[in-house]
Design a protein around this ligand. Structure first.
Ligand code: IPM
Ligand code: MG
Length: 359
């Protein structure tokens, strides 16, 4: 059935505009193929929005997100802020406010391996081959948002606060069980309950909820141990669920075992419009050079079709096209070994042509 898709496009900083352009072209090609009508509007966020209007997530951008069915997001961040701890307004604040204001409490980061990339993994092939798990990171609580946060008057003491409520833990744990039910029926809840009070709440709430899902195995794991297990035995995970900061750290770790940070997409879902973005950053060194890997963003567009529009065939076609481009060796320099490196636009165009060529 053909539908109308209304999406917001937030390219952001660095390589954002280049990779989002490719994902948008792929989205257009898929819509043409399946007879959907695509309408999209661009908005500003991140360092470029600070430069333009002094705010990394302007009200106009929030309104655009609110009236759209999905948000396709690039990346934000600029080196001019990274080494300036005294900057009052930072691009990352835009991303955090967007997550908070849209109520995006769950960030879903599927970790899958690609046969043609296994040799790029820092892990032995036998450890990583076939690894397939889903990280669910809580995205609007914990230390990122807990108050008080700041400095003492003399500037010599600094503090962040990790806060979680029962309700925040419950909603994300139910989501984790829901996805585990559709997968291999195992949930690993990662915390630091041997030290942190907030982690003990996570553990208690999970213990209360677990009996509602008798067909799903629940495993409890301390975060230090989880960090080790991800590189030692990644195949032991199915759904890994954890709080915000632990999830930020563990998902970067999990992403590289697949061979490149440039491959992993994410979906942030919750109360209002969902956001789809690559998990990598704005890679400022590559900006404007047409060398960035667009695949994580293109795969984020696949997640967008699946999660925001329940269009499974459309998402599957994008995945098939991405796999085909890799098999054909049409890939950017970060994953091209032995093959000629292709540009960002060449990879995107190849994928668009592949989609168009399908009957
Ligand atoms: C991520 C990023 C962000 C985060 C930064 C840019 C604020 O690292 O999406 O993982 O820490 O959440
Ligand atoms: Mg991160």
């Amino acid at each position: 059935m053909s539908k109308k898709l209304n999406i917001a496009v937030l390219a952001g900083d660095g390589i954002g505009p280049e990779i989002v352009k490719q994902a948008l072209d792929v989205t257009k090609a898929v819509c043409e193929k399946f007879g959907h009508t695509l309408s999209y509007e661009e908005g500003i966020t991140g360092a470029c929005a600070i430069d333009a209007v002094g705010d990394p997530y302007p009200a106009a951008t929030h309104e655009l997100c609110m009236r759209s069915d999905a948000v396709l997001f690039g990346a934000i961040g600029d080196p001019k802020y990274d080494n300036n701890p005294s900057a009052k307004v930072r691009p990352e604040q835009g991303l955090l406010r967007m997550r908070k204001q849209l109520g995006l409490y769950a960030n879903i980061r599927p970790v899958t391996t690609f046969p043609s990339l296994i040799h790029k993994s820092p892990l032995r092939a036998d450890l990583v081959e076939g690894a397939d798990f889903m990280c669910i990171r809580e995205l609007t609580g914990g230390m990122y948002f807990g108050r008080p946060q700041g400095r003492s008057e003399d500037g010599n003491t600094a503090y962040d606060t990790c806060v979680y409520t029962r309700e925040e833990v419950e909603r994300i744990m139910h989501l984790a069980y829901k996805y585990a039910g559709q997968r291999r029926k195992k949930v690993t809840m990662v915390d630091k309950a041997n030290v942190l009070a907030s982690s003990r709440l996570w553990r208690q709430v999970t213990q209360e909820i677990a009996p509602q899902y008798p067909d799903i195995e629940t495993e409890y794991m301390f975060v230090d141990n989880a960090a080790m297990r991800i590189i030692q035995w990644p195949k032991s995970f199915d759904v890994l669920v954890t709080e915000n900061l632990f999830g930020d750290i563990l998902t970067d770790e999990a992403s590289v075992i697949t061979g490149s940070l440039g491959m992993l997409p994410s979906a942030s879902i919750g109360i209002h419009t969902s956001v789809f973005e690559p998990i990598h950053g704005s890679y400022p060194q590559a900006a404007g050079k047409n060398i960035a890997n667009p695949l994580a963003t293109i795969l984020s567009a696949a997640l967008m079709f699946e999660y925001a529009f329940t269009m499974m065939e459309e998402g599957a076609l994008i995945r098939e096209a991405v796999a085909a481009s890799m098999d054909a060796g049409v890939v950017t320099e970060d994953i091209a070994s032995g093959n000629k490196a292709h540009s960002t636009t060449e990879v995107g165009e190849w994928i668009v042509n592949y989609i168009r060529s399908k009957a």
